[in-house]
Design a protein around this ligand. Structure first.
Ligand code: S3P
Length: 168
């Protein structure tokens, strides 16, 4: 079995994913990292050189390379659900868990980080609100389960995920 974490930037996918993988004895994978390793450059460099559409192509490609593997927790980039094709690919890979949080919480978690090209704007909170609203239907369509992460530590979220997995 595989577990796929989706959600907006700052939802906690990496922190929760690493902890969950360790707890379950699964491998931990992250689509941004896999893309950076294959491309030998950062996500920001890819956005700057070729733009968002090309990055989205790379996201689809990386999901296809994972179809034959088993026993991993996968964190995905926040925009992974933007393509319907990717939603199908995610669902075929494993159980999809949406980590959710309100814009103010997301903003608090990302405001001191500088590696996200889409948040390098004058008003990152407004950008988060807009993109989250646009993406919400895609996140909901992809998710088998949703966990509200606001006010929760990664370890608590991991427990919630494990409880849900037990009920399956
Ligand atoms: C993006 C989220 C980022 C990364 C890229 C685009 C997005 O991943 O894939 O900067 O469109 O929301 P994280 O969600 O891990 O920050």
């Amino acid at each position: 079995m595989n577990i796929i974490l989706i959600g907006f930037m700052g939802a906690g996918k990496s922190a929760v994913g690493q902890l969950l993988a360790r707890d379950l004895g699964y491998n931990y994978l992250d689509t941004d990292t896999l893309i950076e390793q294959t491309e030998k450059r950062s996500v920001s460099a890819i956005f700057a050189a070729e733009g968002e559409a090309h990055f989205r192509d790379l996201e689809s490609e990386v999901l296809k390379t994972l179809q034959d593997y088993d026993g991993f927790v996968l964190s995905t980039g926040g925009g992974m659900v933007l393509r319907a094709e990717n939603i199908s690919l995610l669902k075929s890979l494993g159980k999809v868990i949406l980590l959710w949080a309100d814009p103010a919480t997301l903003y608090e978690r990302v405001k001191n980080e500088t590696h996200r090209p889409l948040l390098k704007v004058d008003d990152p909170l407004a950008e988060i609100k807009k993109r989250l609203t646009d993406r919400e239907p895609n996140y909901r369509a992809a998710a088998d389960e949703t966990i509200n992460t606001a006010g929760q530590e990664p370890a608590e979220i991991v427990e919630e995920i494990k409880q849900w997995l037990k009920s399956k």
